[in-house]
Design a protein around this ligand. Structure first.
Ligand code: SAM
Ligand code: DTB
Ligand code: SF4
Length: 327
């Protein structure tokens, strides 16, 4: 089965992989990981919410949906100077990619969208990779973002097609796939993953992995988020996710998408360092760095630096800088 890693697998085969004895699964994922990546290097992204709250969508997990009663400080679109200053800070802290998130169903044409394009240009001018997540895109918007220098577009499938309607009713899986195809068609790389711990079954996690892996080509960046429970949202009291579900999901993603970068994303705080170590062994090679995600706190930079030292991991920017010094 392992002879041809890139052939697409049926959903049943993905299930067989996911349900293998845990350590066999991790061992195989670690082998695939080492074939395609330097296992010591970790891609580090920093997030910034450039427009916060009052979102018309009803995603059951999200602090920013206007449909729920989550307590949140709303904020209008930031200005490019503020964003540039945050991107400089992220770069100084060791990030190689800066991700800008907006609580929109999609960007409105006009001044706001022009402002986002300017933000992208400013981030690129600092020598960082730029990622944006703005909701659904038109053809013209995807083209304009690419033209401004955007590297990645983040647009998650979140869960299986069957479970999607239990979490979001204001858009469909097909809408998501359409925006992904538009972003791809205009040369943007894709950052596309999902959320674990929303009350979905194991079969839904398998369905998500199957859908991600059958994209052609698969997303270059695959964020695996654990639900950050937000008081006031419908998923505030979702049962906590067992740690091995993270490990299985990361390991299966690594085997199915050998060349992609797999990110331990939101919710990493709820994982012990030991479980994170297993995820890194099983092929996770990216994190969100910095003390904030979009609206919730992330792990402290210092705890991550200590974890990296303990595990012998290096942020890719520091590793690349060291390579230059060695030449
Ligand atoms: N509005 C845009 C959209 O939904 O595509 C972009 C911003 S939205 C906050 C980006 C992603 O964050 C969502 O697709 C979801 O996967 C993730 N997310 C949001 N709230 C979360 C939470 N409470 N826990 C984990 N992930 C979350
Ligand atoms: C992704 O997959 N995770 C990030 C990013 N893409 C935009 C968002 C995580 C949000 C966590 C909850 C919050 O801070 O509001
Ligand atoms: Fe809006 Fe995105 Fe939150 Fe959904 S996940 S409510 S689209 S900000």
């Amino acid at each position: 089965m392992e002879a041809c890693e890139s052939r697409s697998r049926s959903r049943e085969e993905v299930g067989e992989l996911y349900r293998r004895p845990l350590l066999e699964l991790v061992f195989e994922a670690a082998r695939v990981h080492r074939e395609h990546h330097d296992p010591r290097r970790v891609q580090c992204s920093t997030l910034l919410s450039i427009k916060t709250g009052a979102c018309p969508e009803d995603c059951a997990y999200c602090a920013q949906s206007a449909h729920h009663g989550a307590e949140l400080e709303r904020e209008a679109l930031l200005d490019p100077d503020t964003v540039e200053a945050e991107a400089r800070r992220a770069k100084a802290a060791g990030a190689d990619r800066f991700c800008m998130g907006a609580a929109w169903r999609g960007p409105r044409e006009g001044r706001d969208f022009e402002t986002v394009l300017e933000m992208v240009r400013r981030v690129k001018a600092l020598g960082l990779e730029a990622c944006a997540t703005l909701g659904m895109l038109t053809e013209e918007q995807a083209a304009a973002l690419a033209e401004a220098g955007l590297d990645y577009y983040n647009h998650n499938l979140d869960t299986s097609p069957e479970y999607y309607g239990k979490v979001i009713t204001t858009r469909t899986y097909a809408d998501r796939l359409e925006t992904l195809a538009r972003a791809r068609a205009h040369g943007l790389k894709l950052c596309c993953g999902g959320i674990l711990g929303m009350g979905e079954s194991e079969d839904d996690r398998i369905g998500l992995l199957y859908e991600l892996a059958r994209q052609d080509p698969p997303p270059e960046s695959v964020p695996i988020n654990g639900l950050v429970p937000i008081p006031g949202t419908p998923l505030a009291d979702a049962a906590p996710l067992p740690w091995d579900a993270w490990v299985r999901t990361v390991a299966t993603a690594r085997i199915l998408m050998p060349r992609s970068v797999v990110r331990l994303s939101a919710g990493r705080e709820s994982l012990s360092e030991e479980a994170q170590a297993l995820c890194f062994l099983a092929g996770a090679n990216s994190i969100f760095l910095g003390d904030r995600l979009l609206t919730t706190p992330n792990r402290e930079r210092d705890s991550d630096a200590a974890l990296f030292r303990r595990l012998g991991l290096e942020p890719i920017r520091e590793a690349e800088a060291a390579d230059v010094l060695e030449v």
